[in-house]
Design a protein around this ligand. Structure first.
Ligand code: GFB
Length: 309
């Protein structure tokens, strides 16, 4: 049986890959999390490859956060992502890994209101608030391209946008918008206080359920992928206000709602052109936003207070 090594298996994406892997019983999946070793340390990464000798790798571990984390801890996000991605790709090559998937981010692309697509990542600066994280994630593509050219490896970068779902980080300050709003709305209901949404609610995002990205990742890994890079995003935009109202409905909150415009709006929109993905997976369907938010709220309620926060 061939071995598929998955890093970050307790995180948002990694845990969704654990679930999706159940449909691939012909492979031996090995799931790693933080307790298996800090991937920003070269020796740990080398030792992991030596121990498991995988044929396939899905590197889902990352240091991530929402707009506040990006603005307050850019050094940490830059350094940790750059090192762990670089070591995972390098030792994958050294240990003869056949296929490797590493994740880049839509926010590593230039800040533009037009649709982004594969190949245009280096055409301009990323949005300032998440530039450090964005530049670190750009290097995934740079390294994969360099290794494909020099060593002929079949490694790929999956570029995705905002994802959410079970096992997310529900931090009120450092989380991404949907998990933060779920936690905030829950507390507002419990304490009979207003539900405070940052910004004016107008920014648009292409939110994607983590299970959808996990499903696509495994299909691309085991399929005959001829591209180095694939953009994976739910190409139907929705505003922060609309998702906040879906959270309100799912939690059953009836109190006061405040938009705190002293907090940043962030990038006003990030649109993708996923024609490459649709040409590879023509039957692809994304989970409906309302359904995905209801599932995430249900998971949060069932697991609170034992959630990452
Ligand atoms: O998920 P998020 O923090 O980051 O969403 P980005 C920020 C948007 O949600 C802004 C609004 O428009 C905020 O004003 N918002 C409203 C809130 N309430 C809240 C709240 O309670 N918490 C948060 N966090 N936002 C991310 C990058 O950008 O894009 C990541 O930060 C990643 O690094 C991802 O790359 C793809 O969507 O702006």
């Amino acid at each position: 049986m061939e071995t598929v090594l998955v890093t970050g298996s307790k995180g948002l994406l990694g845990s969704a890959i654990v679930d999706a892997s159940k449909a691939y019983a012909n492979y031996n999946f090995v799931f790693l999390d933080r307790s298996s070793g800090d991937l920003t340390i070269q020796n740990n990464v080398e030792a992991i490859y030596k121990k498991y000798q995988p044929q396939y790798v899905i590197h889902a571990a990352a240091r991530v956060g929402g707009i506040h984390a990006n603005m307050s801890r850019p050094g940490e996000l830059f350094y940790e992502n750059l090192l762990m991605n670089s070591f995972m790709i390098h030792y994958g090559y050294k240990f003869g890994v056949n296929k490797l998937m590493c994740f880049s981010s839509m926010c590593s692309f230039p800040d533009t209101s037009s649709a982004i697509r594969e190949g245009c990542q280096q055409d301009g600066k990323p949005f300032e608030a998440n530039a450090a994280y964005g530049y670190a994630k750009r290097m995934v593509n740079v390294q994969i391209n360099a290794y494909r050219k020099q060593y002929g490896v079949k490694y790929n970068s999956i570029v995705h946008g905002n994802i959410f779902g079970p096992n997310d980080n529900f931090s009120l300050v450092d989380g991404h918008v949907i998990p933060s709003l779920i936690h905030k709305c829950f507390i507002a209901k419990q304490s009979n206080k207003p539900f405070v949404i940052w910004g004016d609610g107008s920014p648009l995002r292409e939110f994607m359920y983590s299970a959808d990205l996990a499903d696509v990742t495994l299909k691309l890994l085991f399929g005959d992928l001829k591209y180095d890079e694939v953009l994976v995003s739910n190409d139907s935009e929705i505003s922060i206000k609309e998702v906040a109202m879906m959270v309100v409905d799912a939690i059953g909150f009836n109190g006061e709602i405040i938009f705190d415009t002293s907090k940043p709006n962030g990038q006003l929109k990030k649109v993708s052109d996923i024609s490459r993905l649709r040409s590879i997976l023509p039957d692809l369907k994304f989970t409906d936003h309302k359904q995905a938010i209801n599932n995430s709220v249900e998971w949060f309620m069932n697991n609170y207070p034992n959630v990452r926060k």
